[in-house]
Write a protein that binds this ligand. Structure first.
Ligand code: FES
Length: 178
């Protein structure tokens, strides 16, 4: 018997070997699995709920024994009595890996769960970006008349009527020069 077990998370498919006794939440964090936790593993928030799967998973090449996770403990028992827990669910911070296991992370336990809007909203979006693109022709640097880039750009903007206004007199015609 080895001291580690294979843990496979679905739907992400992330997997790894962990020492026996590793909490499922710890394994999830080490693999970067999206499994929520608000109470820091104290068995209070229930955001770390998981659904372990048992039996043969030919797709993953693994058979999960009924004792692949540590037995249901007092913290889970209290939570289920007081707040309720769907049958078959475990708290990821309490359940420990004791053998190869496939663990499903339900959508409500995922931090980045998808949000599906059922109806479209009729919202008018006014586009007013803080920056705009303009075509400006700037004089080339001249050794006989030393000027900085900003100075030449300012002069070009003034000459091409961009200076005072936030938009050119004819935006399209400015681009048509290019
Ligand atoms: S992390 Fe809060 S109950 Fe498990």
């Amino acid at each position: 018997m080895t001291d580690t077990a294979l843990v496979i998370f679905t739907p992400s498919g992330k997997r790894g070997h962990f020492a026996l006794g590793t909490p499922v939440l710890t394994a999830a964090r080490q693999l970067g699995v999206d499994l929520d936790s608000v109470c820091g593993g104290r068995g209070i928030c229930s955001r770390c709920q998981i659904s372990p799967g048992y039996g043969e998973f030919s797709k993953h090449g693994v058979t999960v024994a009924i004792d692949a996770l540590s037995p249901w403990n007092a913290v889970e028992d209290r939570y289920k009595r007081v707040r309720g827990l769907i049958d078959g669910r475990r708290l990821g911070c309490q359940a420990q890996v004791m053998g190869d296991v496939v663990i499903d992370v339900p959508p409500e336990s995922q931090v980045h769960k998808q949000v599906i809007r059922k109806s479209a909203s009729d919202r008018v979006m006014v586009m007013d970006p803080a920056t705009r693109a303009y075509y400006v022709e700037v004089a080339e640097p001249d050794m006989h008349e030393p000027t900085g880039d900003f100075e030449r750009l300012s002069r070009a903007l003034a000459e091409q009527d961009f200076e005072k206004s936030s938009s050119p007199k004819s935006h399209s015609s400015a681009w048509e020069k290019s």
